[in-house]
Design a protein around this ligand. Structure first.
Ligand code: ADP
Ligand code: MG
Length: 781
């Protein structure tokens, strides 16, 4: 898939910028003189000078500010990286090379005009860390910087977005965008018009997570109530007798016996009767909750709540949930009482959200293998920046075992052996369950093991900063993979030389992931900035990746039915694994292309409605449905209320109607997707059909909005010159909740089928549908 035309290794123009920057020598200037230069640059930017012409001077100023405030001298490669990003590139720069600092140059340059720059970070921890870390540089140059974290109030968010530079996760920024759509006054709109974004860990955010729909739901009593009776019936079903899963373990379905059992127990004549569609959907959701979703892998239970675990980062996702029915079913499974849920008010995929920025650029340690996707979906090329000092990390070949037990025994043995020398070790596992399992094996021999997983979110920063200390053993999920800075000997570099002599940090991977990039991220924890380091993956033929994608088929027969404790010495197995990763990445690419094609119209429609609503909110536009259709009643109403009161109510009614009708339109999109599935089976053109449904639905949307508005005027409650909209239920949801519907990098994550039946985010349904089509096309289902 790697195509050299998507990778641009020509660094010449950026080196030229470097040369220009070096012409400035600002070291003899007073601090105040530098600040004055910064102010002049701002004035020039506001007056329309382009970033390109301002760049050399701007970078020179930042260079000097960094030296004076942080006490470090930016490397040439960091300036080259910044120059490449300033021209909208995605840069690949090895982990530990200082991308956080490189971003400051670009952010500063683009912030000069005052239009606001977002630095989109991988998680909340990094948003805060990076903003505070770089703050002295920005302040020195009179540029305001703020960060946003989950849980912050509207006022704080608004202040943060009003700053010249804002550090925030793409998810939080996306949710804030969705919340704007539910605002009833301009004070509740927290974001300014988007201008420029620097995206950290760009492959993760722009590629892996790009398809995740962000959802905002209004707090209205549960629509999909899981009835206890159905739950109890389904819970007694037995695998292989009553239900079965497909070989990927992501599709679950009733067998004939299962259908008969359910029909008898629920007293149904025919489960597949039209009128039982609702029951079918509920059964499906309960089956998934009971038998596919796993505690401590997909979610954890804490304080009587189901907390979702982010597959990419291994962290708990606060206030996030699965679509309506599924969450309730998991609650029942864990013996909790299901809470009330909302209806989906709006949704957007991260990809479509990020496309709202007129210009983006990105940086990551692993961009190259994703270069074709950057080109296809964002029309971006990847530029590779060489390291400041050559990397000397040793990446050992995989060690392969026949079964998991042998693999973990070997890992534990390896950790004990290496730990005895004092060398720091970081083991990256596939799940929380696995990290605890491994820690359990070692605890008798090694007292101080740090286990970094979703349950200990708060402690993460402390644990991370110690992972490079002499004798440290740290076991993490892949959450420690991204953005984490591990210094040999910690921040103070205690015993640095000794640790180097031992070989530096030793990274052990206990699983290969479906994307080579994620494996490489884990390896990249070791050997930062020319430090020594080593990495090795231990795998077994029982690992998920291997079972799921049937690598077993290509494993020579002689290894198939044996269980041995020694590693296998066979290069065919190794090749098969590498090959599988490539095949899986290709499949994901294909399904993304399809998804992209399908999300186009819905995305356009959302943009139109958003704009319209915002204009109404800002008083730039008005629908005036009532005045136009019923002028007599309108005049009558104006006898009872003042013009101002009328305008206030008119605006709120129109805003309300747009929200309500858009939520309904989302359901139309969803049902159009069901149609797609049927049509495709009948060999029609699903795409045409789908587009047609969406266009028809959108044409009706305008009428629908008018109907709703007129309906409200028809039952208007007027008292003492006041129009009481609250009493009429014309108001925004009393509370809203945001969540993301996780699709996972994994093509066949166990949650794949969730949203197809449950009322949920249409884009997610879309994605799942097409991953299935892709598989079918390839004759794999
Ligand atoms: P990356 O995001 O590329 O993985 P970070 O931005 O986290 O790397 O930086 C890694 C480490 O390198 C940090 O501890 C940072 O202080 C250090 N660093 C960055 N730039 C320089 C520099 N020019 N001189 C010295 N240390 C630097
Ligand atoms: Mg980083």
């Amino acid at each position: 898939m790697i195509n050299s035309k998507n990778i641009d290794n020509n660094l010449k123009p950026f080196k030229k910028t470097l040369f220009e920057i070096k012409k400035y020598n600002l070291s003899s200037l007073e601090d105040s003189q530098i600040a004055a230069m910064s102010q002049k640059l701002k004035d020039r930017a506001v007056n329309g000078e382009t970033p390109q012409t301002l760049m050399p001077e701007a970078f020179a100023i930042v260079f000097e500010a960094v030296k004076r405030t942080l006490g470090i001298t930016p490397f040439d490669v960091q300036l080259v990286a910044a120059a490449a990003m300033a021209s909208g590139r995605i840069i690949e720069m090895p982990t530990g090379e200082g991308k956080t600092l490189a971003a400051v140059f670009v952010a500063y340059l683009r912030a000069l005009s005052g239009e606001g720059v977002h630095v989109l970070t991988f998680n909340d921890y990094l948003a805060k860390r990076d903003a505070l870390w770089m703050k002295p540089v920005y302040e020195f140059l009179n540029i305001s910087v703020r960060y946003i974290n989950e849980g912050m109030k509207i006022k704080e968010r608004k202040e943060a977005y009003d700053a010249e530079i804002t550090y925030v996760t793409a998810k939080e920024a996306g949710f804030d965008y969705l919340k704007n759509f539910l605002a009833y006054d301009t004070d509740s709109i927290v974001q300014r018009v988007f201008h420029f974004a620097v995206i950290d860990e760009a492959d993760s955010i722009l590629i892996d997570e790009a398809r995740i729909p962000l959802v905002i739901a209004g707090d209205i009593p549960s629509m999909v109530e899981i009835e206890k009776k159905i739950f109890n019936t389904v819970s007694t079903l037995e695998k292989e007798i009553h239900f079965d899963t497909d070989e990927y373990a992501d599709n679950i379905f009733l067998t004939e016996k299962g259908v008969a059992f359910v029909e008898k127990d629920l007293k149904l004549n025919n489960l597949y009767d039209e009128k039982n569609i609702d029951i079918q959907a509920k059964i499906n959701v309960i089956l998934q909750a009971q038998f596919l979703l796993k505690k401590d892998v997909d979610y954890i239970v804490k304080n009587d709540e189901i907390l979702l675990v982010d597959e990419f980062t291994g962290r708990i996702m606060k206030n996030r949930q699965w679509p309506d029915g599924l969450h309730a079913a998991v609650e029942l499974k864990e013996g909790l009482i299901p809470k009330s849920r909302g209806i989906v008010m709006n949704t957007i995929t991260l990809q479509n959200f990020l496309k709202l920025y007129p210009v983006i650029c990105g940086m990551t340690g692993t961009a190259c293998s994703a270069a074709p996707e950057f080109r296809e979906f964002y029309n971006k090329s990847v530029t590779v920046i060489p390291p400041n000092k050559p990397g000397i990390r040793i990446d050992q070949p995989d060690v392969i075992f026949t079964h998991k037990a042998a693999k973990f025994a070997a890992i534990a043995e390896e950790i004990r052996r290496v730990h005895a020398t004092g060398r720091p070790i970081l083991a990256g596992t596939g799940s929380i369950e696995e990290s605890e399992y491994l820690a359990g094996m070692l605890i008798a021999d090694i007292k101080d093991i740090s286990v970094l997983n979703a349950k200990k979110d708060e402690e993460e920063a402390g644990i991370i900063s110690n992972a490079g200390m002499l004798s440290a053993v740290t076991i993490s999920t892949n959450m420690a993979g991204r953005g984490v800075d591990i210094h040999l000997g910690g921040r103070e570099a205690i015993d640095h030389a000794k640790i180097c002599a031992l070989g530096g940090l030793y990274v052990i991977g206990t699983n290969r992931y479906e994307s080579v990039r994620i494996d490489n991220q884990l390896r990249g924890r070791a050997g930062r900035q020319g430090d020594p380091g080593e990495s090795r993956f231990f795998i077994s033929l029982e690992d998920n990746l291997i079972v799921k994608f049937r690598i077993n088929d290509v494993i020579p027969d002689e290894y198939k039915d044996i269980k041995q404790n020694r590693p296998l010495q066979n290069s065919a197995v190794n090749k098969a694994i590498v090959h599988t990763q490539r095949v899986v990445e290709g499949q994901i690419f294909d399904s993304k292309l399809t998804l992209s094609k399908y999300s186009y119209i819905a995305d356009d429609q959302r943009k139109i409605v958003h704009k319209k609503r915002e204009n109404i909110l800002r008083g730039i536009d008005v629908l005036s449905v009532f005045e136009k259709t019923d002028p007599d009643s309108y005049r009558e109403l104006l006898n009872q209320v003042s013009e101002n009161e009328y305008l206030r109510a008119q605006k709120e009614i129109e805003l309300f109607a747009m929200n309500k009708c858009w939520a309904d339109h989302l359901l139309i999109i969803e049902s159009a997707l069901d149609g797609v599935q049927i049509i495709s089976m009948a060999k029609g053109d699903p795409f045409l059909h789908y587009n047609q449904k969406l266009i028809e639905g959108f044409e009706k949307l305008e009428n629908h909005i008018q109907e709703v508005i007129l309906g409200i005027y028809g039952t208007l409650i007027v008292k003492d010159g006041h129009i009481d909209l609250n009493k009429m239920g014309v108001k925004g949801p009393s509370s809203t909740r945001t969540y993301l519907v996780h699709d996972g990098t994994e093509l066949q994550s166990s949650m794949n089928e969730i949203a197809v039946s449950a009322v949920a985010a249409p884009m997610y349904t879309l994605y799942m549908l097409f991953t299935r089509f892709m598989r079918r096309d390839k004759g794999e289902t």
